[in-house]
Design a protein around this ligand. Sequence first.
Ligand SMILES: NC(=O)c1ccc[n+]([C@@H]2O[C@H](COP(=O)([O-])OP(=O)(O)OC[C@H]3O[C@@H](n4cnc5c(N)ncnc54)[C@H](OP(=O)(O)O)[C@@H]3O)[C@@H](O)[C@H]2O)c1
Length: 248
Amino acid sequence: MQSLNGRVALVTGAGRGIGRAIALSLARHGADLAINFASNEQAAGEVAEKVRAMGRKAELFKCNIADDAAVHAMGEAIKKVYPNIDILVNNAGITRDKSFLKMNHSEWDEVVAVNLKGPVQMTHLFLPQMVEKGWGRIINITSVIGQMGNFGQANYAAAKGGLDAFTKTIAKEVARKGVTANCVAPGFIRTDMTAQVSEKALEHIKSITPMGRMGEAEEIAEVVAFLASPAASFVTGQEIGANGGLYM
Ligand SMILES: NC(=O)c1ccc[n+]([C@@H]2O[C@H](COP(=O)([O-])OP(=O)(O)OC[C@H]3O[C@@H](n4cnc5c(N)ncnc54)[C@H](OP(=O)(O)O)[C@@H]3O)[C@@H](O)[C@H]2O)c1
């Protein structure tokens, strides 16, 4: 299936984890790739090599998406290589877990800046050209935590819940312009992010997940590829959970 032939996708945080799997899946479906990363150039470069090996274009763009000026500069650099971005996947995210009573302002601000302000800035940059072209896909990676809440993750839950609300509003505003906006809300997925979680906590998560296991990055990537594809043309304003049944 090469349903994304001729499309260009920009994936933030595409060097590792879920973003990596999303970039590879979109390339497999035919898209050319703009690969954003924050610091791990080697990992992002390996993704680019894999994309090129599939016969697709791939370019790297280093940028901290929490930095407004850097995001703007990246937007300019991307436009020189790819005049149009058709599919924007806001995937980059971080955690700074602590119970709210112990959480300080910088732990709150850091998480909101990367997980909420970053996607908003990216959307602000690329939505106008999608509207002008009359076709586009905004796909935001939220989290089951934004849907359920979780001990020690007030900053992360608020940012992800806010991103879902932002997505629904954008979806309404551009619904008649050929642009869809949706979220994919993963449950617990095996990546570097969850490698920080203790074995005991992961065992508990598996025990309360109906499927009894964690997910793989590729299981999120395929949902993103569906939302990017022509098959999802009537899907907008949705938050699709991929969580093994943890939240229904
Ligand atoms: N893993 C899970 O269980 C899970 C569950 C629900 C939702 N999610 C969400 O899924 C997304 C991906 O998570 P993951 O598990 O794949 O995380 P990960 O393995 O920790 O990878 C994070 C990626 O984001 C990039 N990144 C981090 N901060 C950035 C910044 N300020 N600017 C640009 N890029 C930045 C990193 O770039 P470098 O490689 O350059 O460091 C890396 O590529 C996140 O939004 C996360 O909240 C994950």
